[in-house]
Each structure stands twice: as C-alpha cells, then as structure tokens.
Design a protein around this ligand. Structure first.
Ligand SMILES: Cc1cc2nc3c(=O)[nH]c(=O)nc-3n(C[C@H](O)[C@H](O)[C@H](O)COP(=O)(O)OP(=O)(O)OC[C@H]3O[C@@H](n4cnc5c(N)ncnc54)[C@H](O)[C@@H]3O)c2cc1C
Length: 469
C-alpha cells in the first residue's frame, strides 16, 4: 500500500498561498506553516486584527491584489492545516523542527514546498548599529503592521525598488521624509528602462513614487552613499557623500537597504544545491522552471530562491504546486500543461525585468574598498571591517566559511543573514576574488534564534517531587 502524501508548505506569503490553493484544488490537504501571526507574507502583511485600516490605506496600488490573495487563504482555512506563529528552525530526514509559543515539535512531510521569502540586504556604514537605524523592510513593517513611523525626521538611504516605495509610504502617511539617498546613478536607471518595460505596470508604479516624492519637495539624490550616522545615544545626523563631496542631514532615524536577499537557509539545511546568480550577485538555491529543487519532492516558490517580486511569487507558488501534482501523478500532465507553460512564460518575462532592476539599482561604488576599518559589519559578534581584513590576511582565508571560523563573522544570532553579503564582499575585495569565488555562509540549525525551552521529553521524566515544588 502506498503511503498517503503529507505535503508541507513553509511560508504563507503569495507563493505559499497559491501553492496551497493548487494542492487543495487537486484533493490534498497541506500543512501550511508560517512564523507570522497572520497570512499574507511581507508585501501583504496584515495589521493586527484590532487595527482598522482599509486595504487601500495598507497596500495602496496593490490593494486589489492583496484582497484577492488574503481572501484566497481565508477560503482555504478549513481545507488546510494552517499553523501560524510557528517557526521552522531545522529540517532533517523528512521532518521539520518547529517552534510554536515556546514549544518545540516535529512534523513529517513527504513533499515540501519552501516559500520562505526574503529579507533586506544590508551594506553597513559607520554608526548603523545606533538606535534609530532600521532596515528598509523593518521601517516598512513598523508602518504597515503597527502604523508607526521609525522617527520624526527620517532619511531613506540605499538602493532598490523598496527605497522609493517605503519613502513614498512614509511621506503619504504624514511622516517627515528628510531625503532619499539612492546609491545608483540616474543615468543607469534610464539605461534600464527597456528591460523594465517587460513589466510595464510595475515600472509605472516606480515612476509614480519617484515623481510623487519630487512633486512634494522631497530631496532625492542619486549616486549618494551614506558614510556615517552620528549620535551619542541614538541617530542625530547622517553624513553622506556624492560626487560633489560630503554633506550632512539632521535626522533622528535612517532606513537603509540595498535590495533583498533570499531566505535560503532551509534549502541549505535540506542539502539542496545552489547556483550563482549574476543578476543578484549572490548564491541562490538551484531550481527548475517549475520550482523543483535538486532534492526529490522538495520545491521552491517565490523570493526564497531568487528575488522576483510578489506577482512572480504567486505564479511560482502555483507552478510548484502543479509540479508536485505532476511528480506524484495525481493528474495527467497534459491536463495542466498549458497552464504550466503560461506561468513559465510570465516568469520568463519577470527574469528580463529583474535584469533591468539589477542595472537600475546598484550598490555604492567601491563599497568594500571604501568601508573604513572601524565599521561594524557583524553586529551580533561586533566584528569590524578591519577584523575581517586582518583575519583574511593573517589566516589566508579565501572562503567566507573559513573566515567565519577564524573571526566569528556571521556566527551570532542572525547566522549571517544580516552581515553575510557584506562579509563576502569585503573578503572578495581583500583577496582579489569574485563574490562567487568566496562562496556563501552555510546555513546551520537553528536557522533563526530560538529560546532554550524544557523539551517535552525532559518534562515527562521530571520527578513527581519536583513537580509538586
Ligand atoms: C520586509 C519586506 C517588505 C516588503 N515590502 C514589499 C512591498 O511593499 N511591495 C512589494 O512589491 N514588495 C515588497 N517586498 C518584496 C515582496 O515581499 C516579495 O516579493 C513577495 O512578498 C514574495 O512573496 P513570497 O511568498 O515569496 O515571500 P513572503 O511574502 O516574504 O512570505 C514568506 C513567508 O514565509 C514565512 N517564513 C519565512 N521563513 C520561515 C520559517 N523558517 N518558518 C516559518 N515561516 C517562515 C514568513 O513569515 C513569510 O510570511 C518586501 C520584502 C520584504 C523582505
């Protein structure tokens, strides 16, 4: 007798929700696990239940899409085993280790769809660990989830589509946006237009945010690099530089980020192969067009295996679901071949758009070379750029995992999720290698911080006398 299927989806963002919908449509009842309290993922993050803000206020131009995806999941709730507030922190031998409300447990799976999304990509500068400096996504979460601004006078510094979007959302909500500092040059952004037109509606939204900010008198500087956040207890001003020299802005908060990076630690722990993406200048999990990983019955969907955005995450989620159905022969391939082809075509167009984004949004020139020795790179272990350079030189470390073993960069609570890209860029610079060559920090369990809790097994063996105490 064949074993019943037990599909598990990690992540209830656009990718995970569309994957779940597809599996349910084919008669399966997946377990859907998400560490957030409510479904929707990053872009369609829901406010707490007792907050009353309309979709339009929360999601702007994306309100209709948000309503569609959120209500899709709502209608699935009785057909899936949904587990919110549940972190998957390890994966091994067909099992996932989870943490829910301080308690650990294990779930078996026969098929796994990893739809874990992305986090901000950070390039540190002096003072970025001062209170008042937030990642770009973190600043957006404060606004979207809690309706709070990160400060009274906020500067947005970095690059990537979120830079203009979050600055616009803050200004629209009434916050005081002091300036937008974009490390990319405007001429690059013009060069990217033909590729960006592959997703004309998304491109148009980006142009609108930029035009709106300008029309409302918000200073936008291109080719601008943050140099140092000054302040004794918290942010007081930001020093930044462009081709005309150094400048300073009074502010009490800074949001920074240089695009996004895939949350790929689970892929790593599962033993999936990775490939180097030139467009993202980073290592990402290898997958075929439908999301099949290099491990049988493990699939990827959405930003967790390469940054493609929310629409692509929905298509990829459906594709991964269809791939699972096909691999398990739950339906004849020909029945959904045309839908698979259609989704694959959409995704292909998104790849061309992604190339445009990588031309339009670039890191500060020579970031690694220009980062001063006293800049903290790994905030968990307080490792500076100087420590990294010195360690590379004295130990001959050529690979970022070797560097980690030698100087502890990426060994702290965040496991290199914040400092990994910066550490790799610095090592590449001081050893005269490419980022591809220095490799990527390997994921380790627990992939995110978990508390020390008494395991149920230990609890059962606790003597009665102690229980009575
Ligand atoms: C902070 C942030 C804000 C963003 N805001 C916007 C925006 O406003 N507009 C826009 O167009 N794009 C935005 N993006 C990009 C956009 O979120 C993505 O393109 C899109 O949401 C990708 O969908 P997804 O389903 O792949 O991932 P996500 O929407 O990120 O969903 C992934 C889900 O997986 C869960 N998860 C991750 N790891 C685990 C784990 N180990 N255990 C359990 N659950 C886990 C997360 O809680 C999350 O709900 C943002 C990205 C970030 C990081």
């Amino acid at each position: 007798m064949t074993q019943p299927l037990k599909p598990v989806i990690v992540g209830a963002g656009p990718a995970g929700i569309r994957a779940a919908q597809t599996l349910v449509a084919h008669g399966l009842r997946p377990i859907v696990i998400d560490e957030s309290a409510r479904w929707g993922g990053q872009i369609y993050r829901q406010a707490p239940g007792n907050f009353a803000r309309s979709s339009k206020q929360l999601y702007g131009f994306d309100a209709r899409k948000a309503d569609a995806i959120l209500s899709a999941m709502d209608s699935l709730l009785s057909k899936v085993d949904y587990r919110p507030n549940t972190l998957v922190w390890n994966a091994e031998g067909g099992q996932l280790d989870m943490l829910h409300e301080g308690h650990t447990s294990v779930v078996d799976y026969t098929d796994l769809i990893v739809a874990t999304g992305a986090t901000d990509r950070i390039l540190p500068f002096k003072g970025w660990t001062l209170p008042g400096v937030f990642s770009m996504g973190g600043a957006q979460v404060a606004l979207k989830f809690q309706a709070c601004a990160i400060g009274q006078k906020v500067v947005f510094a970095g690059s990537g589509p979120l830079l203009y979007l979050v600055a616009y959302q803050y200004a629209k909500a009434g916050a005081n946006v002091m300036a937008v500092l974009d490390s990319s040059h405007f001429s690059q952004q013009i060069k990217a237009v033909p590729s960006l037109l592959n997703q004309a509606a998304v491109f148009a939204k980006g142009v609108y945010y930029l035009a709106w900010l300008k029309a409302h008198g918000i200073a936008i500087h291109h080719g601008a690099t943050p140099i140092e956040v000054m302040g004794t207890q918290s942010v007081e001003k930001l020093i930044w530089r462009n081709s005309q020299g150094a400048h300073e802005i009074d502010c009490d908060a800074v949001a920074t980020g240089y695009g996004l990076r895939s949350e790929s630690q689970l892929a790593d722990i599962l033993g999936c192969k990775f490939i180097f993406s030139n467009a993202e200048n980073s290592w990402i999990p290898q997958k075929d067009v439908a999301g099949r990983s290099t491990i049988q019955h493990v699939y990827f969907a959405g930003d967790g295996a390469g940054i493609q955005g929310a629409d692509a995450a929905e298509w990829a989620g459906e594709l991964a679901g269809l791939a699972l159905i096909e691999d398990r022969q739950l339906q004849q391939q020909k029945n959904h071949a045309s839908r698979t082809d259609e989704l694959a075509k959409y995704l292909q167009k998104r790849v061309a758009f992604g190339r445009g984004l990588s031309i339009a949004f670039q890191d500060p020139q020579n970031w690694a070379r220009q980062t001063t020795d006293d800049t903290v790179i790994c905030r968990c272990e307080e490792i500076t750029a100087g420590d990294i350079r010195q360690s590379a030189q004295s130990t001959g470390a050529q690979d970022v995992n070797r560097l980690k073993a030698m100087c502890r960069v990426g060994m702290g609570r965040c496991q290199g999720r914040m400092c990994g890209p910066a550490a790799a860029a610095l090592l590449a610079d001081c050893t005269h290698q490419s980022i591809e060559k220095v490799g990527r920090l390997r994921g380790q369990a627990p992939i995110k911080p978990i508390p020390f809790v008494q395991s149920p097994a230990l609890k059962n063996t606790t003597p009665d006398t102690e229980e009575a105490n």
